[in-house]
Design a protein around this ligand. Structure first.
Ligand code: AMP
Ligand code: MG
Length: 311
């Protein structure tokens, strides 16, 4: 936990319209005062983010929901009670205190209360809703350590609060909570199983999901767990520089850089973006990633992996 003085400085920076990168349980966020249009425009400029891609608004406490939402549906109240603080973003009708910059011009707003002691202390001290997308350059893998933020945005943020590595590692589940049933717009660590919603694909596309995402500066290839090492070895034998992300037990192929190991799908979620960044740091042409089953958090992992591989 960073000391109180550093958090107080970071909160003052937010109140003065500055940009503060901070840890959450999912990924690092690039925060600005959600009610200050000029501050929010700085987020879009820093990330190189398309203006119609809406930001998630972060609150210290669910009791602040009516500061940002025009109407809190019974479903939203129920999901907030059950999953907040936590990795679930609720899409609701936007309140009129939020500028169009924050909502990307949409009539709705995505809101969440993060489950991270540093994020919650910072949000409480800032005493205002904080818009915070992932603290990466648009299109890059999301940051799960302060070093990742530094690498992408070190020259444009005012403060980076270092709270160690994120424990979830993939972005929040996004759910449209305006109607009677949750509609999953983006998969995350609050799973369809938790929500009691089935279906293999997203019910509807979230505005941001059509943009290029999660792409490192090397080609991402997916392989079944049993084939990942041999796929990587074959590419390496053909003369390419190859990195690989493997299950714990798989033997490392010679001549291939192992940039990540995972014991289960949630470990892969936690370490995936770090592994992709390690692969590019190693100068790899290709990174082969062993896949996981599409159940539970495996759905979110495979969603991010497919987008990374398509980029
Ligand atoms: P990021 O924080 O970088 O993961 O980006 C936030 C993402 O949350 C957006 O790209 C959308 O996919 C989703 N999101 C935020 N606000 C809304 C909203 N009002 N409606 C639907 N999806 C949203
Ligand atoms: Mg993002």
């Amino acid at each position: 936990m960073p000391d109180g003085r550093l958090l107080a400085d970071a909160a003052s920076t937010l109140r003065a319209g500055g940009l503060v990168a901070f840890p959450t349980e999912t990924v690092y966020g690039l925060g600005a005062d959600a009610t200050d249009p000029a501050a929010v425009r700085r987020i879009f400029a820093a990330k190189g983010r398309p203006a119609d891609n809406p930001l998630i608004v972060h609150l210290a406490d669910a009791a602040d929901l009516d500061r940002v939402a025009a109407r809190v549906s019974p479903l939203a109240a129920q999901l907030a009670r059950r999953f907040w603080p936590g990795p679930l973003t609720l899409v609701l009708e936007a309140g009129d205190r939020l500028p169009p910059e924050t909502t990307g011009g949409h009539p709705t707003v995505g809101v969440r209360v993060p489950d991270h002691p540093v994020a919650r202390a910072l949000l409480a001290a800032a005493d205002r809703p904080v818009a915070a997308p992932s603290a990466n350059r648009s299109g890059r893998p999301s940051p799960t350590t302060a070093a990742h933020v530094m690498a992408d945005l070190g020259d444009v943020v005012d403060v980076i609060v270092d709270g160690g590595a994120c424990v979830v590692g993939v972005e929040s589940t996004v759910v449209d909570a305006r109607g009677p049933h949750p509609v999953v717009l983006r998969e995350g660590a609050v799973t369809r199983e938790h929500l009691g919603v089935d279906g293999a694909a997203s019910d509807a596309a979230s505005p941001g999901t059509r943009y290029r995402h999660y792409a490192p500066r090397c080609q991402v290839l997916l392989a079944e767990q049993a084939d990942a090492a041999t796929t990587a070895a074959a590419l390496s034998g053909g003369g390419a520089r190859v990195a690989v992300v493997l299950p714990e037990a798989a033997p490392a192929p010679p001549g291939v850089e192992v940039v990540g190991r995972f014991g289960d799908p949630s470990a892969l979620a936690r370490d995936l973006y770090d592994a992709l960044r390690r692969a590019e740091d190693a100068g790899a042409d290709h990174v082969v990633v062993a896949t996981v089953a599409e159940v539970g958090i495996g759905r979110a992992v495979m969603d991010r992996l497919r987008r990374a591989a398509a980029a």
